[in-house]
Design a protein around this ligand. Structure first.
Ligand SMILES: [Fe+2]
Ligand SMILES: [Fe+2]
Length: 193
């Protein structure tokens, strides 16, 4: 597997400074969450660092990559092309020797997905709570992230879904499926309500 240092060097070349700092921030937060939730620290740091590696690829090039590599994309990703970087990044991360588990964490980091495992949850939350992010609910979500990762994910999905409703853009069903799954688990375990 590629080293953190080598991936950092490559990301520095391919990403804007802002996105690079977001990537390093996600790596740091992934490390904290990995230790909290007993996930391999190095794996989480690598996946966190690389999660947005495809984010700044121009659309035309992104569509070409999808075609060349026969990546399946759905109607919503076709419409909301900002989502594409997750699947492209997951595929590209193979060149670093990332495992399928790490690829899936990258694949699911934007919409969320009911198939997410602990690593994927950590990358999802780290991406939305890292040190350079700033939005109204972030402190509450950072706190939740250290208490119950599922509750943090629900709070992030609520925020994202609300944002998408306000912007009148499509809502990816995978995020809704994830929210329902986690919410149902919390209700059944009497953690909330
Ligand atoms: Fe992303
Ligand atoms: Fe990100």
């Amino acid at each position: 597997m590629e080293s953190i240092e080598n991936i950092q060097t490559e990301l520095k070349k391919n990403l804007s400074e802002k996105r690079y700092l977001h990537s390093v921030g996600t790596m740091k937060m992934a490390k904290i969450l990995a230790n909290k939730y007993n996930v391999n620290e190095n794996i989480a740091m690598l996946a966190g660092l690389a999660h947005d590696m495809a984010k700044e690829i121009p659309l035309e090039q992104a569509m070409e990559y999808i075609k060349q590599n026969k990546i399946n994309i759905d109607e919503i990703e076709k419409q909301n092309t900002a989502l594409l970087h997750a699947k492209i990044g997951a595929h590209m991360s193979k060149k670093y020797g990332f495992t399928e588990q790490m690829q899936n964490a990258i694949k699911y980091h934007t919409t969320g997905n009911p198939e997410m495992d602990e690593l994927a949850k950590i990358i999802y939350v780290a991406d939305k709570t890292e040190e350079t992010r700033n939005y109204e609910e972030i402190e509450k979500i950072r706190e939740l992230a250290m208490q119950n990762i599922d509750e943090a994910i629900i709070a992030i999905l609520d925020h994202d879904i609300q944002k998408n409703i306000n912007k009148k853009v499509l809502i990816h069903p995978d995020g809704v499926l994830l929210r329902n799954k986690l919410l149902l688990q919390l209700i059944n375990n009497n953690i909330i309500f």
